[in-house]
Design a protein around this ligand. Structure first.
Ligand SMILES: NC(=O)c1ccc[n+]([C@@H]2O[C@H](COP(=O)([O-])OP(=O)(O)OC[C@H]3O[C@@H](n4cnc5c(N)ncnc54)[C@H](OP(=O)(O)O)[C@@H]3O)[C@@H](O)[C@H]2O)c1
Length: 242
C-alpha cells in the first residue's frame, strides 16, 4: 500500500455511498492519510457508526444523509458543506446499485429507472453541485465498473447505466482538463461487497477482490504526481471471474 504521505493531509474528500463496501474502504484509506471526509449515503445509522470509527483517526468528518437520486437531497448536502469545509479537493462518486439478474424482456421499467437515477443521474447531480467548490489541482473519481466497457447478460440496466456514466466521465475529463481538475474512471471487476446480494446472491465471493484492494488502487491513482493523471483504473480479479 502507498506509504503515508503529506499529500492528502488536511485535504477534503467527499465520498458518496461511504456507509459500506468500496466507498467505506476508500474512506478508511483516505482517513489513514489524514484526509478530512464528507461521507454521504441514505442510511443515517450506518453513517453515524462509520463517522465514529473515522473520527478516531483524528480527522474531521461530516456525515450527511443524502439520496443522490434526489436533487433536493443533493442541494441540502451542498448547503451543509461550506459551513464545515471551504472546498472539496477530491470527489469520489461511488454510490451505486445493481439489480436482480433478469433478461431485458422481464426487467421492470421502475427497476431500469431506479438504476439509472442512482448510477447516472446521481453522478451528474453530485458532480454539478461539487464543481463550484473544486479548484485547480482537485481530483474526481467516478466509480464505474468493468460493466462500463463490457456487458453482462441479465444486467441490462446496470450495464447501460455504467456505459452512460463512462460517457459522462469522459466528457467531464475533457471539460475540466483546462481547469487542472483530474477525472479518473474506476473500472473495477467483481469486488466482495453487499451489492452482490441483489445481483447474484450465490456468487463465488472467494474469487472476488476485496474492497480494500480497490481502495488501494484509488489511493495510488489519486497520489500520482499532480502533473500527471491516471485516467482509468482497470482492476480485475486475476483468476476465475471478471
Ligand atoms: N462490488 C463490485 O463488484 C463492484 C464492481 C465494480 C463497480 N462497483 C461499483 O462500486 C460502487 C459501490 O458499490 P459496492 O460494491 O461498494 O456496493 P454496496 O456495498 O452495496 O455499497 C453501495 C453504497 O452506495 C450507497 N447508495 C446506494 N444508493 C444510494 C443513493 N440513492 N444515494 C446515496 N447513496 C446510495 C449505499 O448506501 P445506502 O444504501 O445507505 O444509501 C452504499 O453505501 C457502485 O457504484 C458499484 O456499481 C462495484
Amino acid at each position: 500500500m502507498p506509504k503515508t504521505t503529506q499529500r492528502l493531509k488536511s485535504r477534503t474528500a467527499l465520498i458518496t455511498g461511504a456507509s459500506r463496501g468500496i466507498g467505506l474502504a476508500i474512506a478508511r484509506k483516505f482517513a489513514q492519510q489524514g484526509c478530512n471526509l464528507i461521507i454521504a449515503g441514505r442510511d443515517d445509522k450506518s453513517l453515524r457508526q462509520v463517522s465514529r470509527e473515522l473520527l478516531r483517526l483524528k480527522i474531521r468528518v461530516l456525515a450527511a444523509c443524502c439520496d443522490v437520486r434526489d436533487r433536493h437531497s443533493v442541494d441540502a448536502l451542498f448547503r451543509s458543506i461550506p459551513r464545515e469545509f471551504p472546498r472539496i479537493d477530491i470527489l469520489i462518486n461511488n454510490a451505486g446499485i445493481a439489480h436482480p439478474n433478469l433478461p431485458i424482456d422481464k426487467l421492470p421499467f421502475p427497476v431500469w429507472k431506479d438504476v439509472f437515477a442512482t448510477n447516472a443521474d446521481g453522478m451528474f447531480l453530485v458532480t454539478q453541485a461539487a464543481l463550484p467548490l473544486m479548484k485547480n489541482g482537485a481530483t474526481i473519481v467516478n466509480n464505474l465498473s468493468i460493466a462500463a466497457t463490457r456487458v453482462f447478460p441479465g444486467s441490462a440496466a446496470y450495464n447501460a447505466s455504467k456505459h452512460a456514466a463512462r460517457g459522462f466521465t469522459n466528457t467531464l475529463r475533457e471539460e475540466l482538463r483546462p481547469r487542472g481538475i483530474r477525472v479518473i474512471g474506476l473500472e473495477a471487476g467483481a469486488t466482495d461487497t453487499e451489492i452482490w446480494k441483489t445481483l447474484w446472491p450465490q456468487a463465488p465471493r472467494r474469487k472476488m477482490m476485496s474492497a480494500e484492494t480497490v481502495a488501494e488502487a484509488v489511493l495510488a491513482a489519486v497520489l500520482v504526481p499532480p502533473n500527471a493523471t491516471m485516467e482509468t483504473i482497470e482492476i480485475l480479479p486475476s483468476v476465475g471471474m471478471l
